[in-house]
Ligand binder design. Structure first.
Ligand code: NFS
Length: 673
């Protein structure tokens, strides 16, 4: 079989159907019927145009394989590796070095590293933003409050701060530590021992391994700058070191996520599981609908608070609305879902479709993961797009720059704009005729351990360990990351998750992947009886009873936004420390099947660096270098114990993940199926 046939599998998936969510398909038909473009439409058109030229990849073969180099002004260079099949249309001998002399191995590895820099920069800047809000709050400069003092104290204890200080003093220290982990030491001396949060949170054995491999992150801005420097012409050419730096940047990224989660919980509260709804029809045609989108929940926290005030409830009624309905999209959506059980309307692939319902009065965009065409769709309808952060400006949008010191004033302006826009609604709306799904969300690590502690107060991790040991939980899989128009979107997760559940693998879900599970009904308690294997079903029923639910816990535990992947890292770290093993020894796996963004790439590498196997169903642009592809998917197992698994077919991927779980259980002398 040709090495490039894997692209055919990817293509098969997206050609069978475009989405696993009927409401998405319904809206897509409607929007395309109006002659309007969406990300799905463009994906299809792209494919139709390019399949004839590049039948193997359906896109440009050079770009798909990672061997298009645009790093300097001599290029672009498009070269080929002698061991990779040539594109059908090219029968002349290809160059095997760029004009500067770079080989396919160098070009692929350098391009790969560049993704990580952008991914880590995005998460680190988000972290900087929330750490600054915590600092200002500790100094009395905002109207936010420290909502979870228990969490504040727990984080302070982990970082080794003296407990005899006021909450404000502890919050200030935590914020300053996070800022120095992001930006480096103010005196310019890098933290040679590594990021403080990494040292405090990762198990000692894992830390030693990272130090041995020389991939312990120092501070995320420094590690990203190093990566950029290494990619500069005349610097690194050895593909191995590019990949090792990508692991280091990946861990720095994961630590930025971890700090962000901890600070969000301190400021906004640590989530606990409770019922909510997921689906497009959480929009309500009789209400002023405000969609919150992005990644920084501190902003819309104030909108949520003020929307519930008599002042704005009355304003909404005055213009003929029943009230104000806030709905979430993508990761800000996951944040407000987990803390306030604000219903989740969709992910970023669905933003255009939600606007096309005609009932979204305001669309708040903070940072990351919106498509640059959204304003074009908004122009066709009445939706007001409001951008809120200086780094994310969108053509034609209203811009209301958020300032934590003036958060209340800002939120009131947002609400006024949204309410006034309700009056501009078109007469006709077009909501899909599908009810939203029931879901339970809010499984913070504390909540998971809280449920377990009802079984064993003294040692709350023991029930988890016991159930992993006896096979009630055969393994754990985190499904994380984006949804992609390159696959039958969302269905990839549905098929993979159902296969794993059948085999008693407990699923944690975050970000858009968790939202996809929600739209597939997998966050509902009813899904436990329908999909979980007998052993897992029994356990989830017991846990549902001890949690006082009177029904089983759902089989997929929604742990929050993409940022909250850190919750899964914390649970795995606690398990590894309790068992005195490395993360690479645990029967815990990850699937970011529908990865899209640079952030997904860098988080993925961070997870691989810590020892997780990470599955992706979209083919990453590394196959142009057999050496880099082998390093990431095979040789890495000997370095970190983790690896990337590339498999577009979700059923086959599930069986590969199960094999890894079985292999790891065997090594731990645990019973296997
Ligand atoms: Ni994460 Fe993917 Fe974005 Fe969230 Fe969704 S696209 S990398 S899940 S919204 S960050």
């Amino acid at each position: 079989m040709s090495k490039l046939d894997i692209f055919k599998k990817e293509k098969r998936s997206r050609q069978s159907k475009r989405t696993g969510d009927p409401a998405t398909q319904y809206m897509l038909d409607y929007v395309e019927g109006l002659g309007l473009d969406t990300v799905f439409t463009r994906q299809k058109r792209y494919e139709e145009k390019f399949m004839g030229i590049f039948p193997k990849t359906g896109r440009c073969d050079f770009g798909s394989l990672g061997i298009c180099c645009r790093q300097c002004l001599i290029g672009p260079c498009r070269i080929w590796h002698k061991d990779v099949d040539l594109p059908l249309r090219i029968n002349a001998p290809m160059q095997t070095r760029g004009t500067c002399g770079a080989t396919a191995d160098t070009i692929v590895a350098r391009n790969w590293l560049v993704y990580h820099g952008r991914g880590c920069a995005a998460h680190s800047t988000t972290c900087k933003e929330v750490a600054e809000t915590l600092l200002k709050t500790a100094r009395g400069q905002t109207t936010y409050q420290i909502k979870d003092t228990a969490k504040l104290k727990a984080v302070a204890k982990k970082l080794g701060f003296n407990g005899n200080q006021t909450d404000e003093q502890l919050a200030e220290k935590i914020a300053l530590t996070a800022l120095s982990d992001i930006m480096g030491k103010p005196d310019g001396v890098s933290n040679k021992g590594g990021m403080t949060f990494a040292n405090a949170y990762l198990p000692p054995k894992v830390l030693s391994r990272l130090k041995e491999l020389n991939i312990m992150p120092t501070s995320s801005f420094e590690d990203v700058a190093d990566a950029d420097h290494q990619a500069v012409i005349g610097m690194m050419s050895d593909p191995y070191y590019f990949v090792m730096q990508s692991l280091k940047v990946g861990i720095a990224d994961l630590m930025a996520l971890l700090m962000t989660t901890e600070i969000h919980d301190i400021l906004l509260g640590t989530p606990a599981p409770a019922p909510t709804k997921i689906g497009m029809n959480v929009l309500d045609e009789k209400m002023v609908n405000i969609a919150v989108h992005g990644h920084i929940p501190t902003l819309c926290e104030k909108v949520i608070q003020w929307a519930d005030s008599a002042e704005f409830r009355d304003k909404a009624k005055l213009i003929g609305a029943k009230g104000i309905n806030i709905v979430g999209i993508c990761c800000t959506g996951a944040e407000v879902l987990q803390r306030h059980k604000i219903p989740l309307a969709g992910n970023n692939l669905q933003e255009d479709l939600l606007i096309a319902t005609g009932v979204v009065d305001a669309f708040l965009m903070d940072v990351q993961c919106s498509y640059p065409s959204t304003h074009a769709m908004a122009e066709q309808f009445h939706t007001k797009i409001i951008t809120t952060m200086k780094d994310a400006r969108v053509s034609m949008a209203d811009h209301l720059a958020f300032d934590p010191e003036k958060a209340d004033e800002w939120a009131k302006q947002v609400l006024d704009l949204s309410i006034n826009n309700f009056a501009k609604r078109p007469n006709k709306n077009h909501l899909p005729p599908f009810s939203p799904m029931n879901a339970i969300a809010g499984f913070s690590a504390e909540a998971c351990i809280g449920v377990l502690s009802k079984i064993d107060k003294e040692n709350p991790l023991k029930p988890l360990i016991d159930n992993v040991v006896n096979g009630n939980i055969y393994g754990v899989c985190l499904v994380a990351g984006c949804t992609s128009p390159k696959l039958a979107t969302e269905e990839t997760y549905h098929v993979l998750v159902k296969e794993l559940l059948k085999n008693n693998v407990l699923i944690l879900g975050s970000g858009c992947a968790a939202g996809a599970c929600g739209r597939g009904g997998l966050l509902d308690t009813a899904a436990t009886n329908q999909y979980a294997g007998e052993k897992l079903k029994k356990l989830l029923s017991v846990l549902g009873d001890v949690a006082g639910l009177g029904q089983p816990l759902p089989p997929v535990w929604h742990i929050g936004s993409c940022v909250d992947n850190s919750r899964a890292v914390n649970i795995a770290s606690a398990l590894a420390a309790a068992l005195n093993v490395l993360i690479k020894d645990l029967p815990v796996v990850v699937s970011a099947a529908e990865a899209v963004t640079e952030k997904a790439v860098s988080i993925g590498s961070g997870a691989v660096a810590l020892g997780f196997p990470v599955h992706v169903a979209v083919v990453p642009p590394v196959l142009g270098s057999p050496m880099v592809a082998k390093l990431l998917t095979a040789d890495m197992k000997d370095l970190t114990g983790g690896c990337f698994i590339v498999e577009p077919d979700p059923k086959i991927a599930a069986s590969q993940l199960l094999d890894i779980i079985t292999e790891r259980r065997k090594k731990l002398n645990l019973p296997v199926n």
